[in-house]
Design a binder for this molecule. Structure first.
Ligand code: THU
Length: 133
């Protein structure tokens, strides 16, 4: 478990991030905030494209920003949406999370501000990772 204050900060950052989402096609904004080993939090939103397949999820945008700043060890990630139904990271994002964490906490936040806590291992069991290569 992370420090409760840090958890709160992570969910606040994820909730703020979906406000920047560019979602003219799905109208489904997602925000993500990723805590890395330096203690820094990086946030991102989903960014869609008229060529639909080029869409990038909020989770990957947050993680890639961190990596571009030299971060390599992901400690936890919060994913927030404004809808009643809790979010769930897509398969591609689960695999990208796995690249930077063998396991980590995953906080899922719905539009009521309720939080469900899970882990990467629960979301992606028996995962393929960098140590296989
Ligand atoms: N989306 C995310 O940003 N993260 C996920 O884990 C699930 C899907 C986005 C992609 C697209 O912009 C919209 O949600 C609908 O699929």
């Amino acid at each position: 478990m992370l420090d409760p204050e840090l958890t709160k900060e992570l969910s606040n950052r994820a909730q703020a991030a979906y406000g920047q989402a560019y979602v003219p096609y799905s109208h489904y904004p997602v925000g993500a905030a990723a805590l890395f080993s330096s203690g820094e939090i990086y946030s991102g939103c989903n960014v869609e494209n008229a060529s639909y397949g080029l869409t990038v999820c909020a989770e990957r945008n947050a993680i890639f920003q961190a990596v571009a700043r030299g971060e390599r060890k992901l400690k936890g990630i919060a994913i927030a949406v404004p809808t009643d139904v809790f979010p769930s990271p897509c398969g591609a994002c689960r695999q990208v999370i796995r690249e930077f964490a063998e396991d980590c906490l995953v906080y899922l936040i719905n539009g009521q501000g309720e939080t469900k806590v899970t882990s990467l291992k629960a979301l992606l069991p028996e995962a393929f990772g960098p140590e296989y290569l």
